[in-house]
Write a protein of this length. Structure first.
Length: 577
């Protein structure tokens, strides 16, 4: 079975912005945090907010020291005034598209226009819009209701931002027939239109559609309706538990889309469950190979092999002899570090990669024991074979890793200080991971030969940092939604995904230039020309991720970490020549 995931599936800009605002407010811990009405139409997300202490307000809530987040749907001016009178600090998460519609209504109704709002009566957004029409306006949702509109001299027409565009166009055509001078505004969100257009297109290339999202979400139910209108069997599910695989077995190509309020982790779970059917249909040898590959990636054996290959590549570049020792130290230590990180990040892991989180819960004792054992072995090897400096470096790195999430300062001390853990420092995760790769894959090999610092060491350091930093940043881009929910301040969260992609592109370009010119300057051997393939490979997988061709499942990590293996292969071939 082939599964095609719609590119527009998941949070729209307005919902994502509202989620970011409310979780940022919750993590600041500056008094109670409430929302005015349900933040989004998704019970699973609302349960998650409740566990974070974020609740909906009611008329008995004490708002004197509370932050109240105005949801993406917006509220009426009267409701805003009431909340302020109760002492609330308002945090406005109104979607900018909704705010634009509010402004249109406010401007034209003060100019004596009668407002017609095409939308769902009682919907939160529509109720808020009515508050900006002086007389509440007229809310309609069908062609028949146009005929029941009263006589009006000046008419202003807007739509609920998540309306079906085709229906809106039909209704506004009828309105123009009754009111030729009516002012009609295109207020349907571009994201909504793109989502609906993509679903119509997707229906033409699949045999069935699965729509993920809450049953009380207007835009999600519209997507399901569009799929059915396209003549495709459509299954609207809230979670993977609602999915009956038996009904999907007859189909060979299944499309998956999701509403604007559906989080990424719920979509991933549904996709993973559907893909289990695909695996059932493959030959046993292929299934065995896929299971083995998935195990290697989930257990971090695959990335450990990459660390060994990268250490070997740097040994060749630095012309040192202890290649096996360096590769073993790098593999053992990086395996241990990544396993420990998986357990430390288990809250985010349950959201970002539920299957891996379940794997680590099932094999916790074995993985932790192996990680501790291999970490000790790597430290002992470093001390006995390399040098006491290498041993000290790994011990310091281990201590820093253990302290990364430990609160170094108590809550009562220096209350103005925001960062109390190393993990609280913005962008520290990517930097610390990249430095750990540099220590194990560059510094340890150099110390094994007791060599002094040289230009070749600088080239190897820059090359390793670029590959490791790019890996860490891309995986953090992939996991940005779950990381923000648990309060991490990774580089994509702090700077934004577009800025991070630009930084990574600039970093790879700078390192590629270094690799190209270094041999001519006498800094290192011509092997650095071969390592240009690794920077090109990194740029390629960044582009593939941007196109969403490797954005989900273990394919992303498999492709990304293969770059380390490529470095080892390039070094092996270069040394043979």
């Amino acid at each position: 079975m082939r599964v095609i995931l719609a590119k527009t599936a998941g949070f729209c800009m307005g919902v994502r912005r509202a989620m970011d605002i409310v979780f940022d407010a919750a993590h600041r811990k500056d008094g109670p945090v409430h929302t005015e009405g349900p933040l989004i139409h998704n019970p699973q997300v609302l349960d998650l907010l409740a566990r974070k202490g974020v609740t909906e307000i009611d008329e008995t809530s004490d708002l004197s020291s509370a932050t109240v987040v105005v949801r993406a749907h917006g509220i009426t001016p009267e409701r805003r005034r009431q909340l302020k009178e109760r002492g609330a600090r308002l945090c406005d998460a109104t979607c900018p598209h909704v705010a634009r519609v509010q402004g249109i209504l406010k401007k034209h109704t003060t100019e004596s226009y009668s407002a017609v709002i095409v939308g769902d009566k009682g919907h939160g957004e529509v109720v808020g819009l009515q508050g900006f029409a002086l007389d509440g306006g007229h809310v309609i949702s069908s062609l028949e209701e146009v005929e029941r509109l009263p006589a009006m001299e000046k008419v202003c027409v807007v739509a609920q931002t998540t309306q079906n565009r085709k229906l809106y166009e039909a209704i506004t055509d009828r309105i123009r027939q009754r009111f030729p001078d009516a002012k009609v505004f295109d207020t349907i969100c571009d994201s909504t239109s793109q989502r609906q257009d993509e679903v119509r297109s997707l229906c033409q290339s699949v045999e069935a559609m699965v729509v993920v999202g809450a049953h009380n979400s207007a835009n999600t139910t519209r997507l399901a309706q569009i799929c059915r209108e396209g003549g495709k069997p459509t299954f609207h599910v809230e979670t993977e538990d609602d999915l009956d695989l038996g009904t999907l077995r007859p189909f060979h190509v299944v499309g998956v889309t999701a509403g604007a309020s559906t989080p990424t982790w719920m979509i991933r779970r549904v996709v993973q469950k559907i893909q289990s059917l695909r695996r059932e249909r493959r030959p046993w040898a292929v299934r065995l190979a896929l299971d083995a590959t998935e195990f290697l990636i989930k257990s971090n054996i695959y990335v450990a092999a990459g660390a060994a290959a990268l250490a070997y590549a740097n040994c060749v570049l630095l012309d040192v002899q202890h290649k096996l020792v360096s590769a073993l130290v790098a593999a053992f230590y990086m395996f241990s570090m990544h396993v420990v990180n998986e357990f430390a990040d288990r809250e985010a892991q349950k959201l970002n990669d539920p299957a891996r989180a379940a794997f680590y819960e099932r094999h916790a004792w074995a993985l932790v024991s192996l990680a501790i054992g291999l970490a000790l072995v790597s430290i002992v090897i470093a001390g006995l074979v390399v040098s006491w400096i290498a041993l000290l470096l790994l011990v310091v790195a281990s201590v820093l890793g253990g302290m990364y999430r430990v609160r170094l300062l108590p809550e009562g001390l220096l209350k103005s200080l925001r960062y109390r853990r190393l993990a609280d420092m913005p962008c520290s995760r990517e930097l610390f991971l990249a430095l750990a790769w540099c220590v194990t894959a560059v510094v340890i090999p150099l110390l094994a030969e007791h060599e002094r610092l040289s230009p070749a060491f600088g080239v190897a350091l820059a090359f390793t940092f670029a590959l490791a930093f790019t890996r860490a940043a891309l995986l953090d881009i992939r996991d940005i939604q779950g990381d923000r929910i648990v309060g991490k301040e990774t580089m994509p969260i702090v700077l934004g995904k577009p800025a991070v992609k630009v930084i990574l592109a600039a970093l790879l370009l700078a390192v590629a230039a270094l690799l190209f010119f270094a041999p001519g300057l006498g800094w290192c051997s011509p092997l650095s020309y071969g390592f240009l393939a690794c920077t090109a490979y990194a740029a390629a997988y960044l582009w593939l991720y941007h196109l969403r061709l490797i954005g989900d499942g273990y394919l992303c990590e498999g492709v990304v970490d293969a770059n380390f293996l490529l470095a080892g292969l390039v070094a092996y071939v270069g040394q043979a020549w």
